[in-house]
Design a protein. Sequence first.
Length: 133
Amino acid sequence: MATQFNDATQRTIELIDVLWLKENSILAAFEVECTTSVYSGLLRMSDLLALQPNLDIKLYLVAPDERRDKVEVEIRRPSFDFRQKPLARACGFLSFSQLMEKVEGIRRLSLSSSLNPNFLDKVAEYFTDDPEA
């Protein structure tokens, strides 16, 4: 099977929990961290950006509400923060409760066939001081 990515990128993508696809294009990537390390999910996102710096997709870390503070601490680590595009600006946090609330609304209104991941930016929290984020 042919792929648009090099082997290292392909291996990283295969480790990501959820990909939102439209035909052959990746629109968004999600790491779901409920029992595993928040750091490992962020590291996969950071690896993807390092391997494909021009890749323009939405990145989200999904975790229980009570892990929000842990996500903020980890995403602000120097190894993620001192990148050309800091991970805190590129990867949003979605709490389980907020995501489930949106999913229920989508289900209720039967909107799933016309969805684009951009709506998640209104729900996601970005841990950056950058006003451009």
